[in-house]
Design a protein around this ligand. Structure first.
Ligand SMILES: *Cc1c(COP(=O)(O)O)cnc(C)c1O
Length: 423
């Protein structure tokens, strides 16, 4: 690897030579004291692409000028609106277009997917998940177990972290699947653990799970737009994600779902709605539900146009940048921040996130060695100085250099700000 240097001049030279540098200008960067903030929070809420405003305004104009007619005669006829994000979203997650759909929110999609893919029986009733999962996942899974009349204390199997910094080893996952697999109906794991930043080997988990007869689904909230995903080939039964983190589609933006092609025409139980009905006969308004093949068949409602417009604009950025180039920059940018912290702040900070580049994305979770109070004090110091990360209880500061808009100089500036706190 190229040797890094801990100087502003070196960082700025990297930015000047960065083939993706022009993308930063496509985002609104919040200001702090007259300068750009050093925004390291794209893992929580991505910055606003400048194209979003025009995309929403175009739909407002069509509504004003055409009203109901815009369903057919709008610039982008509303009737097909969810299809306008399909190809770009499939590209980002490495799926075939008919395997993905933009709809609802992540939590709602997780429940809809479980209606179809968590089918517990007396012999096989359990869900295997990680302890310390994002709360909505825990709540959703537990409530599904109860909904089916089973007992979470027995049927929710939570994998305990066994690695440094609260990470979970592949060996532990493998062992749990071998031990419990015969009674597991569903394995549900994240692509990236939100607190530690650890990346899971999706393909290996699918292989192990399927070999034991388990259904496998993923929550890709922190993985989509961050990691090089190949969902079709990895082969999970389903996946869900939100689009306001690395995908930059705006607060509470319309989420995504993936249903593997092998289920495209399967007669699975589901909660149905008219927008999931076969498109060719939807407007015959008949009483019998006949699902559209593929992920579209899980839609309930006609899509929220004003909420999908930002997603269309934000995915357009990914179509032009391409995930491969983003991942390449991301690995080097995160490696730089990692290197700066290890070389300059080794006495003060621990990095929780694995240093193996295949086991992390654009996020470093750090802890102040002196403890939680010192961690809070550092976090507040950073905020006061325009370095925006986030805090996750009990003691983690997350910093995410996002390749679309973060710079090497941002990483340098963040480490300078931490050093000022240490002194
Ligand atoms: C961000 C995140 C969510 C958020 O769920 P919403 O339904 O979008 O509010 C859920 N799960 C994980 C793992 C997340 O990181």
């Amino acid at each position: 690897m190229t040797a890094f240097e801990a100087t502003r001049a070196w960082a700025e030279a990297q930015d000047a030579a960065d083939p993706l540098r022009a993308f930063r200008d496509e985002f609104h960067i919040p200001a702090h004291a007259g300068a750009d903030t050093l925004y390291f929070c794209g893992n929580s809420l991505g910055l606003q692409p400048k194209g979003v405003r025009a995309a929403i305004e175009a739909e407002l104009s069509d509504w004003a000028e055409l009203a109901v007619e815009a369903h057919f005669r709008g610039r982008l006829p509303w009737m097909h609106y969810h299809e306008y994000v399909r190809d770009a979203m499939a590209e980002v997650v490495g799926a075939r277009p008919h395997e993905v759909v933009a709809m609802n929110s992540l939590g709602a999609n997780l429940h809809l997917m479980m209606v179809s893919f968590y089918r517990p029986t007396a012999e096989r009733s359990a869900i295997l998940m990680e302890a310390g999962a994002f709360p909505t996942d825990r709540y959703a899974l537990e409530s599904q177990v109860r909904f089916h009349g089973f007992d979470p204390s027995r049927d929710l199997i939570e994998l305990q972290p066994d690695g440094p910094g609260g990470t979970l080893s592949m060996t532990a996952i493998e062992r749990a699947i071998a031990e419990h697999g015969h009674r597991v109906a569903l394995i549900l794991l994240p692509g990236v653990q939100y607190r530690t930043g650890q990346v899971f080997d999706l393909e290996a988990i699918v292989r192990l799970g399927h070999a034991q007869g388990c259904v496998v689904g993923f929550d890709l909230a922190h993985a989509v737009g961050n990691l090089p995903l190949a969902l079709h080939d990895a082969g999970p039964d389903f996946a869900v994600w939100c689009t306001y983190k690395y995908l930059n589609a705006g607060p509470g933006a319309v989420a995504g779902a993936f249903v593997h092609e092998r289920h495209a025409r399967a007669d699975l139980p589901r909660f149905a709605g008219w927008w999931g009905h076969d498109k060719s006969t939807r407007f015959q308004m008949g009483p019998h539900f006949s699902p559209t093949p593929g992920a579209d068949g899980w839609q309930l409602s006609n899509p929220p146009i004003l909420a999908l417009a930002p997603l269309r604009a934000s995915l357009n950025v990914f179509t032009r940048s391409g995930m491969a180039r983003l991942v390449e920059k991301s690995r080097r940018l995160t490696a730089y921040l990692d290197w700066l912290i290890r070389t300059r702040l080794d006495d003060t900070l621990d990095i929780v996130t694995p240093d193996d580049p295949t086991q992390r994305g654009a996020q470093l979770s750090i802890r102040v060695r002196a403890g939680r109070d010192a961690g809070r004090s550092l976090f507040e110091h950073l905020e006061r100085h325009g370095v925006i990360g986030d805090w996750r209880e009990p003691d983690v500061i997350r910093l995410s250099p996002v390749p679309l808009y973060n710079r090497y100089a941002d990483c340098f500036g963040a480490v300078e700000a931490i050093e000022a706190w240490v002194r």
